[in-house]
Design a protein around this ligand. Structure first.
Ligand SMILES: NC(=O)C1=CN([C@@H]2O[C@H](COP(=O)(O)OP(=O)(O)OC[C@H]3O[C@@H](n4cnc5c(N)ncnc54)[C@H](O)[C@@H]3O)[C@@H](O)[C@H]2O)C=CC1
Ligand SMILES: O=C([O-])CC(=O)C(=O)O
Length: 326
């Protein structure tokens, strides 16, 4: 081993995303093949036993990079000294619900977790919120961590980004690796805007007809979560875990030259998105920081879609404000 282990806290460790995520972290896919990790698992008391079972299986994987596993039911202990926090633990939606319906049920989880991160996490803490409604849960956690730089709190729209890549690659008959500069804007919800306005294949802009974009691509990507629930009877798990791995790996290791990815980050007012809201943008990563891509021209169609999704985020912020969660 070439360095001290990195502490990674995963909440909801006994859940379905946790089960898909933990083995990939232990195998080195979160941070890199030369980076040892110590796992700190947080669960509610009733699920600690199940988390212990997962920890036994992690032991049985004999992962060379796994330097230890601790299990907690107290957020203060779980986030003590942690470098990377994956906030997955929350109730998933079921058929017929929108993610925003989970605001009240799940919002309460993220206030004490934000406070615990503020109190005890390592100074280089990076937080990814996966639990839905992810953007606003991230806002709740961030607002209770005043001593942590706000840009360390992010929410996951990488799954939407990957879904958009997959759909476009099928349509164009090219590999996902050939597509650059796709972007997810706004909320991780049905109002999100997957944009091909700046997308490129082999340096050329992507030529797809507007009717396909509006009636197929955008709704397929934006409603994919509901389609998975309809088909599986459970919300997406392995693909969500995979996107969480991608989000953190890119954050730590950077984006490729000439490309970007999507992540929900604290808005600095760019593109008319109100400051402080956690909204998805096209972002680059370098030196361990995500930065919003600047200076993009936004066409009229994109403007309307971005504004609609951001309006939903403003509503969610106002709701949690009324609930006393921020
Ligand atoms: N942002 C995204 O792209 C996606 C987000 N999600 C969301 O991720 C969340 C988790 O999904 P699943 O793993 O499928 O759910 P799950 O129900 O299988 O697991 C959730 C786990 O969280 C635990 N938990 C609940 N409250 C907790 C707390 N206060 N502290 C620690 N752990 C707690 C539960 O005991 C359970 O083990 C849901 O909110 C789901 O909607 C799911 C897919 C994609
Ligand atoms: O749709 C859901 O509730 C789970 C989720 O966030 C997704 O699959 O994108």
């Amino acid at each position: 081993m070439t360095q001290a282990p990195v502490n990674v806290t995963v909440t909801g460790a006994a859940g379905q995303i946790g089960y898909a995520l933990l083995f990939r972290i232990a195998s080195g896919q979160l941070l890199g093949q030369d980076v040892p990790v110590k796992l700190r698992l947080l669960e509610i008391p009733q699920a600690v036993k199940a988390a212990e079972g997962t920890a036994m299986e992690l032991d049985d994987g004999a992962f060379p990079l796994l330097a230890g596993i601790d299990i907690f039911d107290d957020p203060k202990q779980a986030f003590e000294g942690t470098n990377i926090a994956l906030l997955v633990g929350a109730r998933p939606r079921s058929k017929g619900m929108e993610r925003g319906d989970l605001l009240e049920a799940n919002g309460g989880i993220f206030k004490p977790q934000g406070e615990a991160i503020n109190a005890g996490a390592a100074s280089d803490i990076k937080v990814l919120v996966v639990g839905n409604p992810a953007n606003t849960n991230a806002l709740i956690a961030q607002s209770h961590a005043p001593d942590v730089p706000a840009d360390r709190f992010t929410a996951m729209t990488r799954l939407d980004h990957n879904r958009a890549l997959a759909q476009l690659s099928k349509k164009l008959g090219v590999s996902v690796t050939e597509i650059k500069k796709l972007a997810i804007w706004g909320n991780h919800s049905a109002t999100q805007y997957p944009s091909v306005q700046h997308a490129e294949v082999a340096g050329q802009s992507v030529d797809v007809d507007q009717a396909w974009l509006e009636s197929d691509f955008i709704p397929t990507v934006a409603k994919r979560g509901a389609a998975i629930i309809e088909a599986r009877g459970l919300s997406s798990a392995a693909s969500a875990a995979s996107a969480a791995i991608d989000h953190v790996y890119t954050w730590v290791n950077g984006t490729a030259d000439g490309d970007w990815t999507s992540a929900a980050v604290v808005s600095d007012g760019s593109y008319g998105v109100p400051e402080g809201i956690i909204s998805s943008f096209p972002v680059t990563a370098a030196g361990g920081e995500y930065k919003i891509v600047q200076g993009l021209e936004i066409d009229e169609f994109s403007r309307a879609r971005i504004d609609a999704s951001v309006a939903e985020l403003v509503e969610e912020r106002d709701t949690v404000q009324k609930l006393g969660l921020i």
